[in-house]
Each structure stands twice: as C-alpha cells, then as structure tokens.
Design a protein around this ligand. Structure first.
Ligand SMILES: C[S@@+](CC[C@H](N)C(=O)[O-])C[C@H]1O[C@@H](n2cnc3c(N)ncnc32)[C@H](O)[C@@H]1O
Ligand SMILES: Nc1nc2[nH]cc(C(=O)O)c2c(=O)[nH]1
Ligand code: SF4
Ligand SMILES: [Mg+2]
Length: 210
C-alpha cells in the first residue's frame, strides 16, 4: 500500500506525557473529521484543528510507494543512536493509512512507534504508545491506550466522560485559538480540582519549534 504524507520532520514531542522527547513526526495527509479546507471548518465534525494536513506539499511530503520507503525516509531524519529511535505518527488522522506493514517496517529499523489519533478508528497491533484525543460528537471507538489527551473545554466531551477508561495517563490540553488564555486558566483550575488529570501545555508553540 502507498501512503500520502504531508510532512516529516525531527522535533521534540511538544504535548502530553511524552513532552520533551525527541521524535520524528510523520504527518499523514487527510482526516475523517474535517476536509482541511477553511470553507468547510464550520460544518466539520472537528472544528478547532490547529494543523494543515492537506496534500503532500510539506517537508519531505509525497506519496510514499510502500512501507519500507516511508520507514527509510523517517529513519533518515533521526539524529540519535539507532537504539533510541522514536517516531510519532500523526496527521490529519493517521489511522486512515497506518497499517501493520508500516508498523513492522518501523520496528525493523529499530523505532519505537507513537500514535496521535482521534479515536474514531482501531489501530493495527504493535503500536508502542497510543495517545487518543476524543472529539465531541464523534464515536469513540478506541477506548483504551497509553494516554488520553483531551482538548479542553469541549461541550459534549467533558473530562468526566473519559476518566474511568483504561488509560495510563490523562492529559488536559487547553484549546488553542483566540481564547487560549481563558482555556488555559480553566484547564489549570480543572487539574487542581481533579489531580488524575495533568495539564498538557503545547510546549512547541511556546518555544517556537515545529
Ligand atoms: C492535529 S491532531 C492529529 C491527530 C488526530 N487527528 C487527533 O485529533 O488526535 C494532534 C493533536 O492536536 C490536538 N489539537 C488540534 N487542534 C488543537 C487546538 N486548537 N488546541 C489544542 N490542541 C489541538 C488534537 O486534539 C490532537 O491531540
Ligand atoms: N512538536 C510537536 N509536538 C506535537 N505533538 C503532537 C503534534 C501533532 O500535531 O500531532 C505535534 C506537533 O505538531 N509538534
Ligand atoms: S481530528 Fe485531529 S487532524 Fe482531524 S481535524 Fe480534528 S484535530 Fe485536526
Ligand atoms: Mg500539532
């Protein structure tokens, strides 16, 4: 199978329980909850997206013809030791494209594999770190994983709805946009009252990296 990739870049994971960790980000094109076109945002199932995932025009973006070719392109970005290789598969919605062949190819090159998903689809087996970020009004099909990272606030996706699901970490990420400061204060207050939840600051935006 081939893969439509928007961009591949080396950075530090900015969000959640793995924040600060070096990772190659592979951002897949396309999402099942929004076309990515601004004129469609108001009627999309997910309306707050902070990401351009349309097309294949970013850094190292292209259609990769098979899993080995994509895994090699990801590996070429890593600057650390082979034993420490870490990749985060994101998008867009990566589970529209990520399959067992790609996970195997990445593992064959020594990668530990992280995933950022909206939880509306099931992943292939073998992913090493699964971060699910539920979206209000959508069906949460993937109800377990390593981290549940909730953008906050979302009417209809209150933290209480997810607090008993079997995840290791519960992260609350302030909704970025015009009211980001108020959302950050609200998330701080929520974490102070509900210590199961940890504040996830989008640190890459603070320090000005990708
Ligand atoms: C761009 S999404 C891609 C992966 C997947 N589609 C998802 O939604 O989880 C990556 C992360 O950014 C979060 N995110 C998107 N827009 C955001 C915003 N405006 N403020 C805070 N987090 C946001 C998502 O919830 C998700 O955790
Ligand atoms: N540095 C950095 N960390 C991230 N964590 C999740 C991201 C994403 O867009 O999926 C992201 C991103 O785009 N950049
Ligand atoms: S599900 Fe993820 S990629 Fe899709 S529009 Fe929402 S935040 Fe963006
Ligand atoms: Mg991002």
């Amino acid at each position: 199978m081939s893969y439509a990739v928007k961009e591949i870049f080396l950075t530090l994971q900015g969000e959640g329980a793995q924040a600060g960790r070096a990772a190659v980000f592979c951002r897949f094109s396309g999402c099942n909850l929004w076309s990515g076109r601004e004129q469609d945002r108001g009627k999309a199932d997910c309306q707050f997206c902070d990401t351009d995932f349309v097309g294949t025009d970013g850094t190292l973006g292209q259609r990769y013809q098979n899993a080995a070719e994509l895994a090699e392109a990801i590996a070429a970005q890593w600057l650390g030791a082979e034993a420490e290789r870490y990749v985060v598969l994101t998008g867009g919605e990566p589970l529209l494209q990520v399959d067992a062949a790609l996970i195997d190819a990445l593992h064959d090159l020594g990668f530990s594999v992280g995933l950022e998903t909206n939880g509306t689809m099931l992943p292939p087996d073998g992913i090493d770190w699964i971060c699910v970020s539920p979206k209000a009004g959508t069906e949460l099909v993937l109800q377990h994983g390593d981290e549940l990272k909730l953008v906050f606030p979302q009417a209809g996706a209150e933290p209480e709805r997810f607090a008993r699901l079997p995840f290791e970490y519960f992260s609350l990420q302030p909704l970025d946009g015009p009211d980001a400061a108020a959302h950050t204060q609200a998330a701080i207050d929520y974490c102070l009252h509900h210590p199961q939840w940890r504040l996830s600051v989008q640190t890459h935006k603070v320090i000005g990296i990708r």
